[in-house]
Design a protein around this ligand. Structure first.
Ligand code: ADE
Length: 322
């Protein structure tokens, strides 16, 4: 029933220096190997805590999920999606790494990369807004990380500032793939790895009201372009200090989203205004694509092709002043 078993395994090949014979050692990781610390966050069906390896002191974020709760709330499917998505995306810039998974009687454990600088929402709240330079630095990494997961056939469907974590160097790490859509590879004769039909439409649920795309509210389906919509909302928020579609309740927020009813704050930089306007477009096929976003004037000093958006040091965080 719990699809996991193998992932907690560490396989080590040990060669005997005398005989030259190599044997394979299998070491199973379990909760006994970690010391649990502070709580980092509570989700609706999980808790995330700091976990420190007893062997080498390395810190992880452990996501703990109660089996009983998952079954009762019918959330087992989402846990498997999260694990499968993270495994497909492993070792990629801009995505939180999944190191091990294991379980005991009561719970499932996901040992994730620890992002010590918290989430992007807290940063934006602390500073109120972000300077153009900061907005450029963070949005470049966010769009490039989204691009990467799309090339791997994964649509996140709930991109929002809480799901954008910051590592020790203030580099972006996307997390929370429980509501992702994992696409099947296209049939291919040969070539350079699998490819995916990103236009595959999937029925969806409402992610988070403020970042949800109009096509989901209108027709109850989305494709990869819902993540681009969310990117536009977050970019707006970096400068304005609040998401573009926000009302006193969800219903009124949805009304605004469906009408694409938002207004730029006074002094909103023209170049970012232009990019936001071309991204927050009701018709998904009229929205800028990721390559078009990466070529936009706002990113004229960024090089996405050589990965340098991931290498430059983070600018000092400052609020936007008009
Ligand atoms: N909160 C949720 N997941 C986290 C992680 N991987 N690192 C730090 N804080 C988190």
């Amino acid at each position: 029933e719990w699809a996991d078993k193998g992932a907690a395994k560490i396989v080590r090949d040990v060669t005997n220096p005398k005989t030259g014979q190599t044997t394979r050692e299998v070491i199973r990781k379990g909760i006994k190997d970690f010391k649990f610390g502070d709580t980092l966050g509570d989700g609706s069906y999980s808790t995330v805590m700091v976990a420190t390896s007893k062997e080498n002191g390395k810190k992880y974020a452990v996501k703990i999920l109660s089996k009983e709760y998952l079954i009762r709330q019918k959330k087992v499917k989402y846990v498997n999606i999260e694990k499968n998505a993270l495994q497909r995306l492993n070792n990629s810039r801009g995505i939180i790494k999944l190191y091990f998974t294991f379980q005991d009687e009561s719970s499932l454990y996901f040992l994730l990369e620890y992002a010590p600088n918290g989430d992007f929402l807290s940063v934006m709240k602390k500073f109120g807004s972000l300077s153009e330079e900061c907005a450029c630095y963070y949005s470049a990494q966010i769009i490039d990380a989204i691009n990467f997961l799309h090339t791997k056939g994964i649509i996140h469907r709930d991109i929002k500032p809480e799901n954008i974590l910051l590592d020790k160097e203030m580099k972006v790490k996307l997390t929370d793939f429980g509501t992702a859509k994992i696409l099947e590879p296209k049939q291919q004769s040969h070539g350079s790895g699998p490819s995916y039909d990103l236009l595959t439409r999937s029925k969806s649920f409402v992610g988070t009201a403020e970042y949800v795309s109009p096509e989901l509210l209108n027709d109850n389906w989305v494709d990869y372009r819902c993540d681009i919509w969310a990117f536009g909302c977050i970019l707006f928020q970096m400068i304005a200090g609040k998401p573009p579609f926000k009302a006193t309740n969800e219903y009124l927020t949805f009304q605004k989203v469906m009408k694409v009813q938002y207004a730029f704050t006074a002094g909103f930089p023209l170049v970012i205004r232009d990019l936001v306007k071309r991204t927050l477009i009701k018709q998904p096929d009229q929205r800028l694509t990721i390559p078009q976003i990466e070529r936009h004037h706002f990113f004229k000093d960024k090089n996405f092709k050589d990965g340098s958006v991931w290498e430059e040091p983070a600018p000092e965080i400052q609020p936007y002043r008009m």
